[in-house]
Write a protein that binds this ligand. Structure first.
Ligand SMILES: Cc1ncc(COP(=O)(O)O)c(C=O)c1O
Length: 478
Protein backbone atom coordinates (compact mmCIF):
# COMPACT_ATOMS: atom_id res chain seq x y z
CA UNK A 1 0.00 0.00 0.00
CA UNK A 2 1.11 3.57 -0.48
CA UNK A 3 0.13 7.12 0.38
CA UNK A 4 -2.03 7.19 -2.79
CA UNK A 5 -4.45 4.61 -1.29
CA UNK A 6 -7.92 6.18 -1.37
CA UNK A 7 -9.82 6.73 1.87
CA UNK A 8 -9.87 9.11 4.79
CA UNK A 9 -6.72 10.29 6.55
CA UNK A 10 -6.60 7.73 9.37
CA UNK A 11 -7.06 4.90 6.82
CA UNK A 12 -4.08 6.21 4.86
CA UNK A 13 -1.98 6.38 8.02
CA UNK A 14 -3.06 2.81 8.89
CA UNK A 15 -2.12 1.67 5.37
CA UNK A 16 1.33 3.21 5.75
CA UNK A 17 1.91 1.58 9.13
CA UNK A 18 0.73 -1.74 7.60
CA UNK A 19 3.24 -1.23 4.80
CA UNK A 20 6.05 -0.80 7.36
CA UNK A 21 4.89 -4.05 9.02
CA UNK A 22 4.95 -5.82 5.60
CA UNK A 23 8.49 -4.55 4.99
CA UNK A 24 9.46 -5.82 8.47
CA UNK A 25 10.41 -2.28 9.50
CA UNK A 26 8.32 -3.21 12.54
CA UNK A 27 8.81 -6.93 13.12
CA UNK A 28 6.24 -9.35 14.61
CA UNK A 29 6.14 -8.94 18.36
CA UNK A 30 7.83 -5.51 18.19
CA UNK A 31 6.41 -2.46 19.93
CA UNK A 32 5.18 0.32 17.65
CA UNK A 33 6.51 3.85 18.31
CA UNK A 34 4.28 5.87 20.67
CA UNK A 35 1.35 7.89 19.35
CA UNK A 36 3.14 11.23 19.66
CA UNK A 37 6.12 9.99 17.72
CA UNK A 38 3.87 8.55 15.00
CA UNK A 39 1.84 11.76 14.85
CA UNK A 40 5.08 13.73 14.25
CA UNK A 41 6.31 11.21 11.67
CA UNK A 42 3.09 11.32 9.65
CA UNK A 43 2.33 15.01 10.28
CA UNK A 44 -1.16 14.21 11.61
CA UNK A 45 -2.94 14.67 14.93
CA UNK A 46 -2.64 12.23 17.83
CA UNK A 47 -6.37 11.49 17.39
CA UNK A 48 -5.77 10.37 13.80
CA UNK A 49 -2.99 8.01 14.90
CA UNK A 50 -5.26 6.55 17.59
CA UNK A 51 -7.96 5.92 14.95
CA UNK A 52 -5.38 4.31 12.64
CA UNK A 53 -4.21 2.05 15.45
CA UNK A 54 -7.79 1.08 16.20
CA UNK A 55 -8.26 0.08 12.56
CA UNK A 56 -5.05 -1.96 12.56
CA UNK A 57 -6.20 -3.65 15.76
CA UNK A 58 -9.55 -4.49 14.15
CA UNK A 59 -7.66 -5.95 11.20
CA UNK A 60 -5.66 -8.13 13.59
CA UNK A 61 -2.30 -6.63 12.56
CA UNK A 62 -1.40 -5.09 15.91
CA UNK A 63 -2.51 -5.65 19.48
CA UNK A 64 -2.75 -3.35 22.50
CA UNK A 65 -1.08 -4.50 25.71
CA UNK A 66 -2.21 -2.75 28.90
CA UNK A 67 0.12 0.11 29.81
CA UNK A 68 2.72 -1.12 27.30
CA UNK A 69 1.43 0.28 24.01
CA UNK A 70 0.78 -1.37 20.67
CA UNK A 71 2.69 -4.38 19.34
CA UNK A 72 2.84 -6.00 15.91
CA UNK A 73 0.83 -9.17 16.17
CA UNK A 74 3.05 -12.24 16.18
CA UNK A 75 2.24 -14.43 13.21
CA UNK A 76 2.70 -18.13 13.43
CA UNK A 77 4.56 -19.28 10.32
CA UNK A 78 1.88 -20.52 7.95
CA UNK A 79 2.19 -24.12 6.79
CA UNK A 80 2.68 -24.79 3.08
CA UNK A 81 -0.26 -25.29 0.72
CA UNK A 82 -1.52 -28.79 -0.13
CA UNK A 83 0.09 -30.50 -3.13
CA UNK A 84 -1.71 -30.38 -6.50
CA UNK A 85 -4.59 -32.88 -6.57
CA UNK A 86 -4.26 -36.10 -8.58
CA UNK A 87 -7.78 -37.46 -8.98
CA UNK A 88 -8.40 -40.57 -11.02
CA UNK A 89 -9.42 -39.02 -14.34
CA UNK A 90 -12.38 -41.12 -15.42
CA UNK A 91 -16.05 -40.14 -15.72
CA UNK A 92 -18.13 -40.91 -12.61
CA UNK A 93 -21.79 -40.59 -11.70
CA UNK A 94 -22.05 -38.34 -8.67
CA UNK A 95 -23.79 -39.47 -5.46
CA UNK A 96 -23.76 -38.82 -1.73
CA UNK A 97 -24.37 -35.07 -1.90
CA UNK A 98 -27.39 -35.21 0.43
CA UNK A 99 -25.13 -34.22 3.33
CA UNK A 100 -24.83 -30.72 1.86
CA UNK A 101 -28.40 -29.83 2.81
CA UNK A 102 -27.77 -30.75 6.47
CA UNK A 103 -24.64 -28.64 6.38
CA UNK A 104 -26.32 -25.51 5.06
CA UNK A 105 -29.26 -25.98 7.42
CA UNK A 106 -26.76 -25.93 10.31
CA UNK A 107 -25.77 -22.36 9.35
CA UNK A 108 -29.13 -21.17 10.70
CA UNK A 109 -29.05 -23.13 13.96
CA UNK A 110 -28.58 -20.73 16.86
CA UNK A 111 -25.26 -21.08 18.64
CA UNK A 112 -23.52 -23.05 15.88
CA UNK A 113 -20.15 -21.68 14.74
CA UNK A 114 -20.65 -22.04 11.04
CA UNK A 115 -17.34 -22.80 9.32
CA UNK A 116 -19.22 -25.28 7.10
CA UNK A 117 -21.02 -23.22 4.45
CA UNK A 118 -19.34 -20.46 2.42
CA UNK A 119 -22.01 -17.99 3.50
CA UNK A 120 -20.88 -14.52 4.65
CA UNK A 121 -22.20 -13.47 8.05
CA UNK A 122 -24.50 -10.43 8.09
CA UNK A 123 -21.68 -7.99 8.99
CA UNK A 124 -20.10 -8.58 5.56
CA UNK A 125 -23.27 -7.58 3.69
CA UNK A 126 -24.72 -4.06 3.08
CA UNK A 127 -27.97 -4.89 4.83
CA UNK A 128 -29.02 -1.25 5.48
CA UNK A 129 -28.55 -0.27 1.83
CA UNK A 130 -30.56 -3.33 0.74
CA UNK A 131 -33.36 -2.53 3.12
CA UNK A 132 -33.50 1.05 1.81
CA UNK A 133 -33.46 -0.14 -1.81
CA UNK A 134 -36.31 -2.59 -1.17
CA UNK A 135 -38.31 0.19 0.48
CA UNK A 136 -37.73 2.63 -2.39
CA UNK A 137 -38.61 -0.05 -4.92
CA UNK A 138 -41.94 -0.80 -3.31
CA UNK A 139 -42.66 2.92 -3.04
CA UNK A 140 -41.91 3.64 -6.72
CA UNK A 141 -42.69 0.41 -8.58
CA UNK A 142 -45.31 -1.40 -6.49
CA UNK A 143 -47.22 -2.53 -9.59
CA UNK A 144 -44.21 -3.74 -11.52
CA UNK A 145 -42.79 -5.43 -8.45
CA UNK A 146 -45.84 -7.66 -8.14
CA UNK A 147 -45.91 -8.77 -11.80
CA UNK A 148 -43.81 -11.45 -13.53
CA UNK A 149 -40.47 -10.38 -15.01
CA UNK A 150 -40.19 -13.10 -17.66
CA UNK A 151 -36.77 -14.06 -19.06
CA UNK A 152 -34.45 -12.36 -19.74
CA UNK A 153 -35.51 -10.38 -16.62
CA UNK A 154 -35.79 -6.74 -15.48
CA UNK A 155 -34.13 -4.47 -18.11
CA UNK A 156 -32.72 -1.94 -15.58
CA UNK A 157 -30.96 -4.77 -13.76
CA UNK A 158 -29.51 -6.17 -16.99
CA UNK A 159 -28.14 -2.70 -17.84
CA UNK A 160 -26.44 -2.48 -14.44
CA UNK A 161 -25.04 -6.02 -14.73
CA UNK A 162 -23.65 -5.30 -18.23
CA UNK A 163 -21.95 -2.16 -16.82
CA UNK A 164 -20.43 -4.09 -13.95
CA UNK A 165 -19.13 -6.77 -16.26
CA UNK A 166 -16.85 -4.17 -17.88
CA UNK A 167 -14.86 -4.38 -14.60
CA UNK A 168 -14.17 -8.03 -15.46
CA UNK A 169 -12.98 -6.99 -18.94
CA UNK A 170 -16.19 -8.12 -20.67
CA UNK A 171 -18.00 -5.99 -23.26
CA UNK A 172 -21.53 -7.31 -22.78
CA UNK A 173 -24.79 -5.92 -24.13
CA UNK A 174 -27.71 -5.91 -21.63
CA UNK A 175 -29.62 -8.08 -24.12
CA UNK A 176 -27.06 -10.84 -23.66
CA UNK A 177 -27.78 -11.06 -19.92
CA UNK A 178 -30.44 -13.43 -18.53
CA UNK A 179 -31.37 -12.97 -14.87
CA UNK A 180 -31.47 -16.16 -12.78
CA UNK A 181 -32.35 -17.15 -9.23
CA UNK A 182 -28.75 -17.20 -8.01
CA UNK A 183 -25.61 -18.63 -9.55
CA UNK A 184 -26.73 -22.19 -8.81
CA UNK A 185 -29.62 -21.80 -11.26
CA UNK A 186 -27.29 -20.22 -13.83
CA UNK A 187 -25.03 -23.30 -13.60
CA UNK A 188 -28.01 -25.63 -13.95
CA UNK A 189 -29.28 -23.82 -17.05
CA UNK A 190 -25.80 -23.76 -18.58
CA UNK A 191 -25.41 -27.52 -18.11
CA UNK A 192 -28.92 -28.25 -19.39
CA UNK A 193 -28.20 -26.21 -22.52
CA UNK A 194 -24.89 -27.92 -23.29
CA UNK A 195 -25.39 -31.55 -22.22
CA UNK A 196 -27.83 -34.49 -22.15
CA UNK A 197 -28.14 -37.10 -19.36
CA UNK A 198 -25.17 -39.48 -19.34
CA UNK A 199 -22.77 -36.91 -20.86
CA UNK A 200 -19.33 -36.23 -19.42
CA UNK A 201 -18.46 -32.88 -17.81
CA UNK A 202 -14.85 -31.90 -16.95
CA UNK A 203 -14.48 -30.15 -13.58
CA UNK A 204 -11.67 -28.97 -11.30
CA UNK A 205 -10.80 -31.13 -8.34
CA UNK A 206 -11.61 -30.33 -5.59
CA UNK A 207 -14.73 -28.46 -6.71
CA UNK A 208 -17.61 -26.52 -5.18
CA UNK A 209 -20.14 -29.14 -3.98
CA UNK A 210 -23.15 -27.24 -5.40
CA UNK A 211 -21.80 -28.01 -8.85
CA UNK A 212 -21.63 -31.72 -8.00
CA UNK A 213 -25.27 -31.53 -6.93
CA UNK A 214 -26.30 -30.05 -10.27
CA UNK A 215 -24.29 -32.70 -12.12
CA UNK A 216 -25.94 -35.40 -10.00
CA UNK A 217 -29.45 -34.04 -10.50
CA UNK A 218 -29.03 -33.88 -14.30
CA UNK A 219 -27.71 -37.46 -14.50
CA UNK A 220 -24.33 -36.32 -15.87
CA UNK A 221 -20.91 -37.84 -15.27
CA UNK A 222 -18.19 -35.76 -13.62
CA UNK A 223 -14.60 -36.08 -14.74
CA UNK A 224 -12.30 -34.60 -12.11
CA UNK A 225 -9.20 -32.91 -13.49
CA UNK A 226 -6.04 -32.42 -11.35
CA UNK A 227 -5.83 -28.89 -9.98
CA UNK A 228 -2.99 -26.90 -8.43
CA UNK A 229 -4.01 -24.90 -5.31
CA UNK A 230 -2.08 -21.84 -6.59
CA UNK A 231 -2.43 -21.95 -10.42
CA UNK A 232 -5.68 -23.77 -10.98
CA UNK A 233 -6.77 -26.61 -13.23
CA UNK A 234 -3.89 -28.44 -14.95
CA UNK A 235 -4.19 -27.60 -18.66
CA UNK A 236 -1.88 -30.50 -19.48
CA UNK A 237 -4.20 -32.95 -17.68
CA UNK A 238 -7.25 -31.29 -19.25
CA UNK A 239 -5.75 -31.78 -22.70
CA UNK A 240 -5.27 -35.51 -22.05
CA UNK A 241 -8.86 -35.74 -20.78
CA UNK A 242 -10.24 -33.94 -23.85
CA UNK A 243 -8.31 -36.26 -26.17
CA UNK A 244 -9.48 -39.37 -24.35
CA UNK A 245 -13.13 -38.75 -23.36
CA UNK A 246 -16.19 -37.29 -25.12
CA UNK A 247 -16.36 -34.22 -22.84
CA UNK A 248 -19.46 -32.07 -23.54
CA UNK A 249 -18.68 -29.12 -21.23
CA UNK A 250 -16.00 -27.89 -18.83
CA UNK A 251 -17.01 -26.02 -15.66
CA UNK A 252 -14.65 -23.99 -13.50
CA UNK A 253 -14.18 -21.05 -11.16
CA UNK A 254 -11.08 -19.28 -12.50
CA UNK A 255 -11.22 -16.32 -10.09
CA UNK A 256 -10.80 -17.26 -6.40
CA UNK A 257 -12.14 -20.75 -6.76
CA UNK A 258 -14.12 -22.44 -4.05
CA UNK A 259 -12.55 -24.25 -2.15
CA UNK A 260 -8.95 -23.52 -3.29
CA UNK A 261 -9.08 -19.70 -3.53
CA UNK A 262 -6.56 -19.50 -6.41
CA UNK A 263 -6.82 -16.98 -9.23
CA UNK A 264 -5.83 -18.38 -12.62
CA UNK A 265 -3.17 -16.22 -14.31
CA UNK A 266 -4.38 -14.40 -17.46
CA UNK A 267 -2.08 -16.34 -19.84
CA UNK A 268 -3.54 -19.58 -18.56
CA UNK A 269 -7.06 -18.26 -19.08
CA UNK A 270 -6.17 -17.62 -22.73
CA UNK A 271 -4.53 -21.03 -23.06
CA UNK A 272 -7.64 -22.64 -21.56
CA UNK A 273 -9.86 -20.98 -24.18
CA UNK A 274 -7.54 -22.10 -26.95
CA UNK A 275 -7.53 -25.67 -25.71
CA UNK A 276 -11.32 -25.82 -25.40
CA UNK A 277 -11.63 -24.15 -28.82
CA UNK A 278 -9.43 -26.83 -30.40
CA UNK A 279 -11.81 -29.51 -29.05
CA UNK A 280 -14.96 -27.44 -29.59
CA UNK A 281 -16.02 -27.77 -25.93
CA UNK A 282 -18.04 -24.98 -24.22
CA UNK A 283 -16.77 -23.45 -20.98
CA UNK A 284 -19.18 -22.79 -18.12
CA UNK A 285 -17.42 -20.09 -16.12
CA UNK A 286 -18.60 -19.53 -12.54
CA UNK A 287 -17.33 -16.06 -11.54
CA UNK A 288 -19.29 -15.60 -8.31
CA UNK A 289 -16.09 -14.81 -6.35
CA UNK A 290 -14.49 -12.58 -9.02
CA UNK A 291 -15.33 -9.28 -7.26
CA UNK A 292 -13.87 -10.50 -3.97
CA UNK A 293 -10.13 -10.72 -4.64
CA UNK A 294 -7.60 -9.38 -2.15
CA UNK A 295 -5.53 -7.53 -4.78
CA UNK A 296 -6.08 -3.98 -6.10
CA UNK A 297 -7.18 -5.11 -9.57
CA UNK A 298 -10.34 -7.06 -10.33
CA UNK A 299 -9.13 -10.11 -12.31
CA UNK A 300 -10.58 -10.48 -15.82
CA UNK A 301 -13.11 -13.21 -16.48
CA UNK A 302 -12.18 -15.96 -18.93
CA UNK A 303 -15.14 -14.63 -20.93
CA UNK A 304 -13.12 -11.45 -21.61
CA UNK A 305 -10.97 -13.43 -24.10
CA UNK A 306 -13.84 -15.34 -25.74
CA UNK A 307 -14.33 -14.48 -29.42
CA UNK A 308 -16.72 -17.24 -30.49
CA UNK A 309 -19.51 -17.38 -27.88
CA UNK A 310 -18.01 -20.52 -26.30
CA UNK A 311 -18.27 -19.27 -22.69
CA UNK A 312 -21.46 -19.41 -20.64
CA UNK A 313 -20.67 -16.93 -17.85
CA UNK A 314 -22.51 -17.45 -14.52
CA UNK A 315 -22.53 -15.25 -11.43
CA UNK A 316 -24.69 -13.73 -8.70
CA UNK A 317 -24.85 -11.14 -5.93
CA UNK A 318 -25.01 -13.85 -3.25
CA UNK A 319 -21.50 -13.22 -1.91
CA UNK A 320 -21.47 -9.43 -2.29
CA UNK A 321 -25.03 -8.30 -1.47
CA UNK A 322 -27.06 -11.18 0.04
CA UNK A 323 -27.58 -14.86 -0.73
CA UNK A 324 -31.25 -14.50 0.26
CA UNK A 325 -32.02 -12.06 -2.57
CA UNK A 326 -31.48 -14.96 -5.01
CA UNK A 327 -30.40 -12.65 -7.82
CA UNK A 328 -27.88 -14.06 -10.26
CA UNK A 329 -27.31 -14.03 -13.99
CA UNK A 330 -25.94 -15.83 -16.97
CA UNK A 331 -24.40 -14.52 -20.20
CA UNK A 332 -24.85 -17.66 -22.27
CA UNK A 333 -22.98 -16.76 -25.48
CA UNK A 334 -24.19 -18.86 -28.38
CA UNK A 335 -26.51 -20.84 -26.07
CA UNK A 336 -28.91 -17.93 -25.46
CA UNK A 337 -31.99 -19.58 -26.89
CA UNK A 338 -31.93 -22.88 -24.97
CA UNK A 339 -30.86 -21.12 -21.75
CA UNK A 340 -33.75 -18.64 -21.99
CA UNK A 341 -36.19 -21.46 -22.67
CA UNK A 342 -34.97 -23.65 -19.80
CA UNK A 343 -35.11 -20.66 -17.47
CA UNK A 344 -38.73 -20.09 -18.43
CA UNK A 345 -39.80 -23.74 -18.08
CA UNK A 346 -37.96 -24.20 -14.76
CA UNK A 347 -39.71 -21.46 -12.79
CA UNK A 348 -41.18 -18.92 -15.24
CA UNK A 349 -39.17 -16.01 -13.82
CA UNK A 350 -36.92 -14.82 -11.01
CA UNK A 351 -38.80 -12.82 -8.35
CA UNK A 352 -39.29 -9.25 -9.59
CA UNK A 353 -38.94 -7.26 -6.36
CA UNK A 354 -35.32 -8.29 -5.62
CA UNK A 355 -34.37 -7.70 -9.27
CA UNK A 356 -35.72 -4.14 -9.14
CA UNK A 357 -34.14 -3.54 -5.73
CA UNK A 358 -30.68 -4.72 -6.84
CA UNK A 359 -30.97 -2.53 -9.98
CA UNK A 360 -31.88 0.41 -7.75
CA UNK A 361 -29.01 -0.30 -5.34
CA UNK A 362 -26.45 -0.54 -8.16
CA UNK A 363 -27.78 2.62 -9.85
CA UNK A 364 -27.46 4.58 -6.59
CA UNK A 365 -23.68 4.04 -6.50
CA UNK A 366 -21.82 2.96 -3.39
CA UNK A 367 -21.56 -0.68 -4.49
CA UNK A 368 -17.88 -0.23 -5.48
CA UNK A 369 -17.18 1.35 -2.09
CA UNK A 370 -18.91 -1.55 -0.39
CA UNK A 371 -16.79 -4.00 -2.43
CA UNK A 372 -13.59 -2.23 -1.39
CA UNK A 373 -14.58 -2.49 2.26
CA UNK A 374 -15.68 -6.10 2.09
CA UNK A 375 -12.57 -7.23 0.16
CA UNK A 376 -10.45 -5.85 3.00
CA UNK A 377 -12.70 -7.57 5.54
CA UNK A 378 -12.46 -10.92 3.76
CA UNK A 379 -8.67 -10.62 3.50
CA UNK A 380 -8.40 -9.81 7.22
CA UNK A 381 -10.69 -12.66 8.26
CA UNK A 382 -8.93 -15.20 6.05
CA UNK A 383 -5.58 -14.07 7.57
CA UNK A 384 -6.96 -14.42 11.11
CA UNK A 385 -8.40 -17.86 10.44
CA UNK A 386 -5.12 -18.96 8.79
CA UNK A 387 -3.16 -17.77 11.83
CA UNK A 388 -5.47 -19.61 14.20
CA UNK A 389 -5.34 -22.86 12.18
CA UNK A 390 -1.53 -22.61 12.06
CA UNK A 391 -1.47 -22.18 15.81
CA UNK A 392 -4.02 -24.75 16.98
CA UNK A 393 -4.03 -27.57 14.42
CA UNK A 394 -1.72 -30.59 14.70
CA UNK A 395 1.73 -30.58 13.09
CA UNK A 396 1.61 -31.76 9.48
CA UNK A 397 -1.49 -29.65 8.70
CA UNK A 398 -1.30 -27.78 5.37
CA UNK A 399 -3.58 -25.10 4.00
CA UNK A 400 -4.22 -22.87 1.02
CA UNK A 401 -3.23 -19.20 0.72
CA UNK A 402 -6.40 -17.86 -0.91
CA UNK A 403 -6.07 -14.83 -3.18
CA UNK A 404 -9.73 -13.98 -2.70
CA UNK A 405 -13.04 -15.24 -1.34
CA UNK A 406 -13.63 -16.39 2.21
CA UNK A 407 -12.69 -20.05 2.49
CA UNK A 408 -9.62 -22.02 3.55
CA UNK A 409 -8.92 -25.56 2.28
CA UNK A 410 -7.09 -27.43 5.00
CA UNK A 411 -5.23 -30.72 4.60
CA UNK A 412 -4.98 -32.60 7.89
CA UNK A 413 -2.40 -35.27 8.65
CA UNK A 414 -3.48 -38.36 6.67
CA UNK A 415 -4.62 -40.46 9.62
CA UNK A 416 -7.43 -37.96 10.36
CA UNK A 417 -10.82 -38.73 8.83
CA UNK A 418 -12.64 -35.45 8.11
CA UNK A 419 -16.06 -37.17 8.28
CA UNK A 420 -15.32 -38.29 11.85
CA UNK A 421 -14.04 -34.79 12.64
CA UNK A 422 -17.25 -33.36 11.19
CA UNK A 423 -19.37 -35.60 13.49
CA UNK A 424 -17.37 -34.73 16.61
CA UNK A 425 -17.38 -31.03 15.75
CA UNK A 426 -21.17 -31.10 15.30
CA UNK A 427 -21.52 -32.46 18.81
CA UNK A 428 -19.60 -29.36 19.97
CA UNK A 429 -21.87 -27.08 17.86
CA UNK A 430 -19.25 -26.36 15.23
CA UNK A 431 -19.96 -27.00 11.55
CA UNK A 432 -17.22 -27.76 9.00
CA UNK A 433 -17.35 -29.01 5.41
CA UNK A 434 -15.60 -32.39 5.12
CA UNK A 435 -13.39 -32.96 2.05
CA UNK A 436 -15.31 -35.80 0.34
CA UNK A 437 -18.17 -33.37 -0.40
CA UNK A 438 -15.84 -31.63 -2.87
CA UNK A 439 -15.22 -34.71 -5.00
CA UNK A 440 -17.37 -36.94 -7.19
CA UNK A 441 -15.31 -39.93 -6.09
CA UNK A 442 -15.19 -39.38 -2.31
CA UNK A 443 -11.59 -38.16 -2.33
CA UNK A 444 -10.12 -35.67 0.15
CA UNK A 445 -10.97 -37.68 3.27
CA UNK A 446 -8.35 -35.86 5.27
CA UNK A 447 -9.34 -32.37 4.06
CA UNK A 448 -11.81 -29.83 5.40
CA UNK A 449 -13.03 -26.46 4.13
CA UNK A 450 -13.49 -23.60 6.60
CA UNK A 451 -15.49 -20.40 6.07
CA UNK A 452 -13.70 -17.29 7.36
CA UNK A 453 -16.55 -14.80 6.85
CA UNK A 454 -17.71 -14.96 10.48
CA UNK A 455 -17.62 -12.17 13.06
CA UNK A 456 -14.17 -12.78 14.56
CA UNK A 457 -14.07 -12.95 18.35
CA UNK A 458 -13.49 -15.27 21.28
CA UNK A 459 -16.20 -17.76 20.27
CA UNK A 460 -14.77 -18.23 16.77
CA UNK A 461 -11.16 -18.47 17.95
CA UNK A 462 -12.21 -20.93 20.64
CA UNK A 463 -13.99 -23.01 17.97
CA UNK A 464 -10.75 -23.21 15.92
CA UNK A 465 -8.96 -24.32 19.08
CA UNK A 466 -11.58 -27.06 19.69
CA UNK A 467 -11.31 -28.24 16.07
CA UNK A 468 -7.52 -28.48 16.39
CA UNK A 469 -7.93 -30.43 19.62
CA UNK A 470 -10.48 -32.84 18.08
CA UNK A 471 -8.15 -33.36 15.10
CA UNK A 472 -5.29 -34.20 17.49
CA UNK A 473 -7.48 -36.73 19.34
CA UNK A 474 -8.45 -38.42 16.06
CA UNK A 475 -4.80 -38.58 15.01
CA UNK A 476 -3.91 -40.24 18.33
CA UNK A 477 -6.75 -42.78 18.03
CA UNK A 478 -5.84 -43.76 14.47
C1 LIG B 1 -18.48 -21.29 -6.67
C2 LIG B 1 -19.92 -21.10 -6.30
N1 LIG B 1 -20.86 -21.12 -7.25
C3 LIG B 1 -22.17 -20.97 -6.95
C4 LIG B 1 -22.59 -20.78 -5.66
C5 LIG B 1 -24.07 -20.66 -5.36
O1 LIG B 1 -24.44 -19.34 -5.55
P1 LIG B 1 -25.93 -18.78 -5.35
O2 LIG B 1 -26.19 -18.71 -3.89
O3 LIG B 1 -25.91 -17.45 -6.01
O4 LIG B 1 -26.84 -19.73 -6.05
C6 LIG B 1 -21.63 -20.74 -4.63
C7 LIG B 1 -22.05 -20.58 -3.22
O5 LIG B 1 -21.31 -20.87 -2.31
C8 LIG B 1 -20.26 -20.89 -4.96
O6 LIG B 1 -19.30 -20.85 -4.04
Amino acid sequence: MSASVPGVLYQRVAAQIAERIERMQYAPGERLPGVRKLSRQFGVSVGTVVQAQQLLEDQGRIEARPRAGHFVRARTALPSPPSPSRPQSRPTLVSGQAMALRLVQATHEPGVVSFGAAVPAEGFLPVQAERAALRRTMAHYAERATAYAFPPGVPELRVQIARRMAEAGCAVDPDEVIVTSGCQEALTLALRATTAPGDVVAIESPTFYGLLQVIESLGLKALEVPTDPERGISLEALQVVLERWPVKACVLVANHSNPLGYCMPVERKHALLELLGAHDVPLIEDDIWGDLGFGHERPPAVLAGDRDGRVLYCSSFSKTLSPGLRVGWIVPGRYREPVSYYKYVSNLATATLPQLAVAELLAQGGYERHLRRVRGEYATHVARLSDAVAEYFPPGTRMTRPQGGCVLWVELPHAIDSLALHERARARRISIAPGPMFSATGRYRSFIRLNAALPWGRAVEQAVFILGDLARQLAEEA
